[in-house]
Design a binder for this molecule. Structure first.
Ligand SMILES: Nc1ncnc2c1ncn2[C@@H]1O[C@H](COP(=O)(O)OP(=O)(O)OP(=O)(O)O)[C@@H](O)[C@H]1O
Ligand SMILES: [Mg+2]
Length: 431
């Protein structure tokens, strides 16, 4: 993993914490030295709001303006009246271990809590480009994570700050894998019994978010984390939003969901959409778990639309009554009709009828007819043999995020390709 930093971040705004490992270990400095550096009034605007006096206020020579200025707004009652409001802790409460990944909204680090020794993940939110205050994406991410606490949603521990107000980190439990990396690295696909367990966990998390009026809007395998105890945690709520909120004049943005997982109604320009967009993504994830590769690997929106039409057949007035009312529908020439669903059966020839039925209910054109997360959890696919495997029976894998390497990958000859396929079809392992 690279320890380099995002090129868009101007160096003066970088947190010293980001450099902890590169510059030499801050842990080795005496505590007083570290805290002295942090209490410099110039580097921490937050200290203006703190109740502890900073060194500058103690100066016997020249009382600075800061010394005579009240520590909080005269219009706001003092903090002590709100004991439940705690100031954010400093990122220096954590020892940086390694950088896990840099995504579009932030860099993710693995770190150790200096007090408890817990290993955590810190996502540094990208705030540097913001000229209009704290970005809404960051607020939504923090709010949604807090609103959707669940066994299968990554646990947010706290939000900590660095040297300046542009350095905000979300602290989460560290989870060993993301599903995308895992699928790429594992030699054989997940077993049917494992896919069922993962799908039930994912559906349970999605149903929980929807129950709390939150749309995730970016479900994909790289945003699904998995620990070594067979448990999935939905992560990356950077695009999440409350769907009960009043919708703006222009409706909801269409700039959501990574292309391959994007529902057809968004592709065709719908500005009002709902929980069904997440279910389409869940369908794409289900297919990816079965195929061990993404279902729709399109390079553009048009290519994606034609791939969907090819697999599912073009929409009809009965399969999608509102199709013609969508803004982009008129600009699309529909291909000739094929027999319904045959594309799916060909692509997933080893899947049972129940499995195929569930997949087609998730990849249903009409959002009104698409299955809900709650309904999907009750689907007969999860009740037929092989039953979902208990999470404790999942094997553990070396964690790429923790910098672990697969031990002697070529130690023993790998199973013949046919055998791997065989596992996928006739998985009789006990639950
Ligand atoms: N709690 C965590 N534990 C371990 N790894 C994590 C954790 N959170 C995120 N990651 C890793 O960091 C990656 C990026 O995180 P995340 O998806 O939250 O950031 P992002 O900037 O929104 O990404 P993108 O826009 O690429 O989806 C994840 O795919 C995962 O590999
Ligand atoms: Mg992500």
């Amino acid at each position: 993993m690279s320890d380099s930093f995002e090129s868009s971040t101007p160096s003066r705004k970088r947190s010293r914490w980001d450099h902890e490992v590169d510059e030499g270990d801050d842990q080795l400095l005496p505590t007083r030295q570290v805290s002295k550096r942090r209490s410099k009034p110039k580097t921490s605007k937050l200290s203006e709001y703190s109740n502890t006096p900073s060194p500058s206020t103690k100066s016997p020579v020249k009382p600075s303006i800061a010394a005579v200025r009240p520590r909080h707004s005269i219009y706001a009652p003092p903090r002590t009246l709100y004991p439940s409001l705690q100031p954010a802790r400093s990122v220096y409460s954590y020892e940086r271990l390694n950088q896990i990944e840099e995504g579009s909204y932030g860099v993710v680090f693995r770190a150790r809590d200096k007090q408890t020794g817990d290993i955590v993940a810190l996502k540094k939110l990208k705030l540097d480009e913001e000229k209009h205050g704290f970005p809404i994406t960051a607020l939504r991410e923090i709010n949604a994570l807090m609103a959707c606490r669940h066994e299968n949603v990554v646990n947010i521990r706290e939000v900590v700050v660095g040297d300046t107000l542009t350095q905000v980190f979300v602290v989460m439990d560290f989870i060993e894998h993301d599903l995308k990396t895992l699928i790429t690295l594992m030699p054989a696909p997940f077993l049917q019994s494992e896919i069922k367990t993962l799908m039930l966990q994912l559906l349970s998390a999605v149903s929980h978010c929807h129950y709390h009026w939150i749309l995730h809007r970016d479900l994909k395998t790289s945003n699904l984390l998995m620990n070594n105890r067979g448990t999935i945690k939905v992560a990356d709520f950077g695009l999440a939003r409350r769907y009960g909120d009043p919708i703006g004049v222009d409706g909801l943005t269409q700039l959501v969901v990574t292309l391959w997982y994007r529902a057809p109604e968004i592709l065709l320009g719908a500005t009002t959409y709902s929980t069904a967009i997440d279910i389409w993504s869940v369908g794409c994830i289900f297919a990816e778990l079965l195929l061990k590769e993404p279902l729709f690997q399109a390079k553009s929106e048009m290519e994606l639309i034609s791939m969907i039409f090819k697999l599912l057949g073009p929409p009809t007035s009965s399969s999608w009554p509102d199709y013609t009312t969508l803004p982009l529908a008129k600009s699309i020439t529909l291909p000739p009709q094929q027999s319904h669903g045959s594309g799916l059966r060909q692509r997933f020839s080893y899947l049972t009828n129940a499995g195929l039925n569930l997949l087609s209910k998730m990849l249903t054109y009409d959002p009104e007819q698409r299955i809900t997360a709650e309904e999907a959890m009750q689907h007969p696919y999860f009740k037929e043999s092989p039953l979902p495997k208990h999470p404790d029976l999942f094997g553990s894998f070396p964690s790429a995020a923790a910098g672990e390497k697969r031990r002697k990958p070529f130690d023993s000859p790998s199973a013949p390709q046919r055998l791997a396929d065989y596992n996928l079809i006739t998985d009789f392992d006990l639950p």
